[in-house]
Ligand binder design. Structure first.
Ligand SMILES: O=C(O)CCC(=O)C(=O)O
Ligand SMILES: [Fe+2]
Length: 249
């Protein structure tokens, strides 16, 4: 965890640099996506020495956003007719991560994307963005990219793939991307809420029945996440893993 500038989305390099840190330090993830490999990797943060307040400021913000995340998970549970704490157990050893994104101005913005189109793999993403704009969501009805206009002092809440599966598609994860521009740099701060690596993600039992059978086969969150991330840092020939790979037709 720390600074890097070579992330790929769908095999194309993103026009950005980032600083990542874990809210729980250390956190644990599978060492590889292979099912037969049960080795676990320990991840820890690498903080820069300067500026001196950086670590404290980041951690204070992350703690507050974490509280908001749990509040939202409770509200989502209630909205599904479940007890408010229904999802909390899945986050006991969470792998939640905060990211500082810097999108520099791009001389050929029509040729690059800050982040290519994707869906967030985790449960929720809470994003703070500055006033530059660039985040877009894909409208399902006509597949048009719609800008998420920056609203001062407001956060963007994005439902991820994990909630789509838990809710058996009562909630849907939205496809989104970030466009760049040639004039202004942009900053954004997403906090990605990821469950514990050993959680088997599947439609919640209380939400499925004969009339509404499960739409997904269970999958291991850590393995899914590691498989997804593997392709984030190198070009592969094939599209990376998606929840649709576990869809029951
Ligand atoms: O910069 C943003 O507004 C969102 C970035 C994003 O979608 C991501 O990092 O997953
Ligand atoms: Fe995203």
């Amino acid at each position: 965890m720390g600074y890097h500038e070579s992330e790929h989305t769908k095999n194309v390099r993103d026009w950005k640099e980032v600083f990542d840190f874990l809210i729980k330090d250390p956190s644990f993830l599978p060492a590889s996506p292979e099912t037969e490999d049960d080795e676990i990797r320990t991840l820890s943060n690498q903080w820069p020495e300067t500026p001196p307040q950086f670590r404290e400021v980041c951690q204070t913000y992350a703690r507050e956003v974490e509280k908001l995340g749990y509040k939202l998970l409770e509200l989502i549970s209630l909205s599904l007719g479940l007890p408010s704490n229904r999802l909390n157990g899945y986050f006991e050893d969470h792998t939640t991560m905060m990211r500082l994104n810097h999108y520099p101005p791009c001389p050929c913005p029509e040729l690059a994307l800050g982040v290519g189109r994707h869906k967030d793999a985790g449960a929720l993403t809470i994003v703070a963005q500055d006033d530059v704009g660039g985040l877009q969501v894909r409208r399902k009805s006509d597949e048009v990219w719609v800008p998420v206009k920056p609203t001062p002092n407001a956060l963007v809440i994005n439902v991820g793939d994990t909630i789509q599966v838990w809710s058996n598609e009562a909630y849907e994860s939205v496809e989104h991307r970030v466009v760049v521009n040639s004039e202004r740099e942009r900053f954004s701060i997403p906090v990605f809420f990821f469950p514990s690596h050993y959680v088997m993600v599947k439609p919640l039992e209380e939400l499925v029945n004969e009339g509404n059978p499960p739409k997904y086969k269970p999958y291991n969150f850590g393995k899914f996440f590691v498989a997804r991330n593997r392709s984030d840092y190198k070009k592969l020939e094939v599209q990376n893993i998606q929840i649709s790979d576990f869809k029951i037709i």
